[in-house]
Structure formats: C-alpha cells, structure tokens
Design a protein. Structure first.
Length: 105
C-alpha cells in the first residue's frame, strides 16, 4: 500500500477530483482531503492511497505539478508521522518546555 501526499490543493478540489486524476494511473483505494475542524473548509492538502506501489510512483510522476481544479498540485510519497510531529505550538503547552519554566523561577 502506498500513501501519497497531495499538496497545494485548490479549496474547490473534491475527493472525486483526486480519485479521477489518480485512477488514470491505477487502482485508488482511498482519498482523503484534510478539512479544518472549525471552518469545515479544505486545508489545501490531502492523501491518496494506492495498493500498487508501481502505479503510485507513476501517479506521483505523472501528476506532480499538474493542474487539478484550477491549481497546480504537488505530489510525493507521504512520510509516516513521527513522534516529533506535535501539531501547533498550542498542542505543546504554549510552545515551551518544562525546562523553560524551571529556568524562569
């Protein structure tokens, strides 16, 4: 299974738009455009899963820098989220560590 990151998506792009584009290169098992929780608007990126890694590589090569829904997208193999990917500074307690707090006492 190959997971493909698709960036620079138009806010008008739909999951069907991505499925149609990637299906030209092979079987697509899942499409997910990431939505903002507060506005329910696209965050401008998504993921496409393809079961065949050869087809996925061909899709990345064929669709990178191509236009979908009026905007040039970027495609590459998605990286696994590491333990260092915490999200925004607010998710980490304000962006400073307990060591910083101890030093300010």
């Amino acid at each position: 299974m190959s997971n493909i990151y698709v960036g620079n998506l138009s806010f008008k792009a739909t999951e069907d738009d991505l499925r149609d584009a990637f299906s030209e290169f092979g079987t697509v098992s899942k499409v997910n455009i990431i939505m903002d929780r507060e506005t329910n608007r696209s965050r401008g990126f998504g993921f496409v899963e393809m079961p065949d890694s050869r087809e996925a590589r061909e899709a990345i090569e064929g669709l990178n820098n191509q236009t979908i829904a009026g905007r040039e997208i970027s495609c590459n193999e998605a990286r696994e989220k590491s333990s260092r990917d915490f999200g925004s500074a607010g998710d980490r307690g304000g962006g400073y560590s307990s060591r910083d707090r101890q030093g300010s006492r």
